[in-house]
Design a protein around this ligand. Structure first.
Ligand SMILES: Nc1ncnc2c1ncn2[C@@H]1O[C@H](COP(=O)(O)OP(=O)(O)OP(=O)(O)O)[C@@H](O)[C@H]1O
Ligand SMILES: [Mg+2]
Length: 253
């Protein structure tokens, strides 16, 4: 019988257990992830914080399927990424995940519309439809009048918003962002967080954000701390308890 008091469990977008990852070998081997456990729930904005170099980008790259774990268990929407072929992971990623890179990774020779269209073109969508959707998203992130410019003609914050439009254009179920607001001023940071909140309002979608920007913590449902290769605590940011000091004291920007 179900417990009448507990709220229903949210389904998991990602379930990570005991994930390890190292770089290099022999005397130079660096064990970065030492057994990470983390649940990323649908309907949530989950934020991941931790000191520079602690493995945040490594962990989200593993969840996104662009980097393999050495060991442990990893399911994304119930799919065991460690058992899938590279081609299957690429297909899965193209449909399911929107990834915003720390360094944006825009294609310099393409304009904003073309950059933001890429995920739909990879899925086989017509150029006309892909560019129509890309333009609508660029307008949503406040870049309508820059749509025909190339990345080199844009500021850092504008490039970051093109990267955000590209990550959203194919309506992915899991949005993963590496420092999405670092280059944004307060107004555009809020605009972007409101877009992520719209996404996470859907019970089938999830947003996972790496950040050290304390201006956006109020938008989180949960904040997970990564330190020394492990998730050391997960704070439920429902307002019932204050932020732990190590999170509250993070500087923004
Ligand atoms: N491809 C790689 N080859 C070798 N070492 C790597 C590689 N990628 C990451 N590392 C190392 O792994 C550690 C974790 O890197 P990672 O980029 O995941 O950190 P991070 O928490 O995202 O840091 P930051 O907040 O500065 O972005 C660092 O010491 C880094 O030098
Ligand atoms: Mg990083």
């Amino acid at each position: 019988m179900s417990d009448p008091v507990s709220p229903p469990q949210k389904p998991l977008a990602a379930c990570i257990r005991g994930v390890t990852r190292s770089f290099g070998d022999g005397g130079t081997k660096l064990l970065v992830l030492k057994g990470v456990d983390l649940d990323v729930r649908c309907g949530d904005i989950t934020m991941l914080v931790g000191p520079s170099g602690c493995g945040k980008t490594t962990l989200i790259s593993i969840i996104a399927g662009t980097l393999a774990a050495d060991d442990g268990q990893l399911e994304v929407f119930g799919n065991d990424l460690r058992k899938m072929s590279k081609a299957a992971i690429t297909r899965f990623r193209a449909h399911t995940i929107g990834f915003i890179f720390q360094q944006f990774n825009l294609i310099p020779t393409l304009n904003c519309i073309e950059n933001a269209s890429v995920p739909l073109l990879i899925q086989g969508c017509s150029t006309r439809l892909a560019e129509k959707k890309a333009r609508a998203l660029l307008e949503q992130v406040g870049l309508g009048e820059h749509a025909k410019k190339r990345p080199s003609q844009l500021s850092g914050g504008q490039q970051q918003r093109v990267a955000i439009a590209r990550a959203l254009v194919h309506d992915p179920r899991l949005i993963i962002c590496d420092e999405p607001t670092a280059a944004l001023d307060a107004k555009n940071g809020l605009l972007v967080m409101e877009i992520f909140e719209q996404v996470a309002r859907s019970p089938e979608r999830a947003v996972l954000i790496v950040t050290h920007d304390n201006r956006i913590f109020s938008h989180a449902n949960r904040i997970a701390s990564l330190d020394d290769g492990k998730v050391t605590d997960v704070h439920d940011a429902d307002g019932s308890s204050p932020l732990p000091d190590h999170i509250a004291n993070l500087a923004h920007g």
